[in-house]
Design a protein around this ligand. Structure first.
Ligand code: HEM
Ligand SMILES: [Cu+2]
Length: 668
């Protein structure tokens, strides 16, 4: 692997290559963002984009709840309802929780391991643009004749062309394929980064727990995405080219769809929850002033979940008649997976036990996570009992369960993460008073919205119905649930107000506002483009904490004399290194150009089906994609005369600071 410094060491600059575009030089303004390959900016773009999708998915949720607030609701037609709830689920999973986690993987993980960037910075930009285009493509269906309406699980044969002749399902199939490319590529990038770019001394068992969760969920993604990719391809062939994978008339089997979908879908649940667990596992120790209780146990429990998550998918299919042996086996495996999950819950409680707790907003969200996720986990265990499941399946009890896991779990954890790392990301603090209003309305609204759904389910209210009759007696709890949903909406508005107000007031954040434990708190807030002026050497888990604290005879932390004053970060960290000599890879257009080919291919496939199999638009998209990739492959990772440290070109001749840990983009 060449180091970043090579281009400037080579005697003459390479002769001018004829290039389609001149390499971008701008690192500020809109173009700076569009062409950026800095993992921190890409993380921020992921975060902002998925927040916008969260607002859309939230509006859809409110429409669902308005429709169901009263019997015989008339706000949405049956068909509109199907579109809204399908897009709600698809949005929340693929365009909100997954990319919000990715936002943190991008921003945080390289800093936590002491790296300058991810392993493949341009590939990282490609992931972001592909995610954005996938989301826009899905949402364009609303303007182009109707959104997907087959549920986020897209059960065949309901989604076959016989029962869904319109384009709705085509948008779903192709949209998910595009999003799948973004996540697979991202997973490869994160795995490579974690395995190769850790700072000296950071063994696997010294990695911050959030980085561990990034690693495990990236592996889950890497193995889960191909399964749904294949299932979606098969469905596309059934729809576009008359194959019969899922059509019994032609020897196909609808159950095959369910097996493939849930073989992806169950691990997906852990992909959604593990990152939030990682955030909570970072937040609770900091505000308990204790190390994470049982760090190695936490790691192994998560690895166990990562493996066991593959052996339980049939619990989504107990009602399909697979026979008693299969059902018993999968009941048992599902109950077993609750064990490592329970271990983790005990570890969080053990961390708080006897600690000196500080109830910041981030800590409140983290504790809320532990409580709500436990409720969701327990109702999950009741589905594992298959006779129970026969009663519960496809009722609102299940809707209650998975919202306690996905919202009470994943989103609570992520909100904690947002409050916790906001000062590091933006360099100013969020208002704590509004943060607490945000938390309490969030917690109460959440329980008022989803708690009653357990009861509605037990009363027999089916899932995915667009209306219900007066005589069923479901009115009261449905009204309560809708009130709760609007309280959540108020909470989201409080959050947005908090951001706007705090931005105006701008309480500047120090490097280490919470007395943190991991490396990201050792460098300035906001983080400079090169992250670490000098790559740190790591001696223990919670490396930064050990820089600051020693232990007395009773094992209580005592501040070291050498520790910089609280909140200042590591003053020595900057050292004598001349930051302007640090060479980081240059921005690029090509990731954007390449990923712009993907929605073209997708529109080509959608409309190719109904325009007499004319797929020329798809071919054009493929040309754009391949052209972008080709130009990207030929583009050098850095151009000495094009980067923003030009005036210091001489200084670049100094030896590399830490070649092994610089993500130089050579491979990307
Ligand atoms: C304001 C917050 C939310 C409300 C009021 C809400 C409400 C609902 C309701 C009532 C349904 C059932 C629709 C039906 O079966 O007819 C539903 C479905 C669903 N929700 Fe939510 N939800 C919210 C947030 C979330 C979040 C944060 C996630 C994920 C992280 C999520 C994921 C899902 C999924 C996957 C479905 C299933 C969709 C389908 O079956 O295709 N929801 N939601
Ligand atoms: Cu499952």
């Amino acid at each position: 692997m060449a180091t970043v410094l090579e281009p400037s060491l080579a005697p003459p600059p390479p002769p001018e290559e004829p290039a389609l575009f001149k390499r971008p030089t701008e690192t500020t303004g809109v173009w700076g963002w569009i062409t950026t390959i800095d993992h921190k900016r890409i993380g921020i773009m992921y975060g902002v984009t998925s927040f916008v999708f969260f607002l859309l998915g939230g509006i859809e949720a409110l429409l669902i709840r308005l429709q169901l607030a009263q019997p015989d609701g008339t706000i949405l037609s049956a068909d509109a309802y199907n579109q809204v709830f399908t897009m709600h689920g698809t949005t929340m999973i693929f365009l909100v929780v997954m990319p919000l986690s990715t936002a943190f993987f991008n921003f945080l993980m390289p800093i936590q391991i002491g790296a300058r960037d991810v392993a493949f910075p341009r590939l990282n930009a490609f992931s972001y643009w592909t995610f954005l285009f996938g989301g826009l493509f899905l949402y364009s269906s609303f303007l182009l004749g109707g959104a997907p309406n087959g549920g986020w699980f897209g059960y065949a044969p309901n989604t076959s062309v016989t029962f869904s002749p319109g384009h709705n399902i085509d948008f779903w199939v192709l949209g998910l394929q595009i999003l799948g490319i973004a996540s697979t590529v991202g997973a490869v990038n994160f795995i490579t980064t974690i395995l190769n770019l850790r700072a000296p001394g950071m063994t696997l068992m010294r990695m911050p727990i959030f980085t561990w969760m990034t690693l495990i969920s990236s592996f889950l993604l890497l193995f889960a995405m191909p399964i749904i990719t294949i299932a979606l391809f098969m469905l596309m062939f059934d729809r576009n080219f008359g194959s019969q994978f899922f059509d019994p008339a032609g020897g196909g089997n609808p159950l095959l769809w369910q097996h493939l979908f849930w073989l992806f879908g169950h691990p997906e649940v852990y992909i959604l929850i593990l990152p939030a667990m990682g955030m909570v596992s970072e937040i609770i120790p900091v505000f308990s002033k204790k190390p994470l209780f049982g760090y190695p146990v936490m790691v192994f429990a998560s690895i166990a979940i990562g493996f066991m998550g593959w052996g339980v998918w049939v619990h989504h299919m107990f009602a399909t008649g697979l026979g008693p042996v299969a059902i018993s086996a999968f009941s048992i495996s599902t109950m077993f997976i609750a064990v490592p999950t329970g271990v983790k819950i005990f570890n969080w409680i053990g961390t708080m036990w006897g600690g000196s707790l500080k109830f910041t907003t981030a800590m409140l969200f983290a504790i809320g996570f532990v409580g709500m996720f436990t409720i969701g986990g327990l109702s999950g265990v009741t589905h594992a009992v298959s006779p129970h499941d026969r009663q519960q399946t496809d009722t609102y009890y299940v809707v209650a369960h998975f919202h306690y896991v996905l919202f009470g779990g994943a989103l609570f954890g992520i909100m904690g993460g947002i409050y916790f790392w906001w000062p590091k990301i933006f360099g100013w603090m969020l208002n704590e008073k509004l943060g607490k209003w945000n938390f309490w309305t969030w917690l109460i609204g959440f329980n008022v919205a989803f708690g009653p759904m357990h009861l509605l389910g037990l009363q027999g209210m089916p899932r995915r119905i667009y209306t219900y009759g007066e005589e069923l007696g479901l009115n009261f709890w449905n009204t309560v649930s809708t009130v709760g949903a609007f309280l959540i909406a108020v909470s989201v508005l409080i959050f947005m107000w908090n951001v706007a107000k705090s931005k105006r007031e701008r309480v500047v954040a120090s490097a280490d506002p919470w007395d943190g434990r991991t490396l990201e708190w050792a460098i300035p807030s906001p983080v400079p483009a090169y992250n670490f002026a000098e790559v740190p050497t790591v001696h223990a888990v919670d490396a930064f904490w050990h820089e600051k604290y020693d232990e007395d005879a009773e094992g209580r932390p005592v501040r070291r004399d050498t520790a910089p004053p609280a909140g200042s970060g590591l003053a020595s960290e900057m050292g004598d290194v001349d930051a302007s000599a640090i060479h980081i890879p240059s921005p690029s257009y090509y990731p954007l150009v390449a990923s712009a080919g993907l929605p073209l291919i997708a529109y080509g496939m959608v409309y190719g089906r109904t325009s007499g199999q004319n797929y020329s638009l798809a071919v054009l998209g493929a040309i754009v994609l391949l052209g972008g990739l080709y130009a990207w492959a030929l583009e050098p990772s850095t151009e000495p005369h094009d980067d923003h440290h030009d005036e210091h070109a001489e200084a670049e001749v100094v030896p590399a600071l830490e070649p092994a840990t610089t993500g130089d983009g050579e491979e990307a």
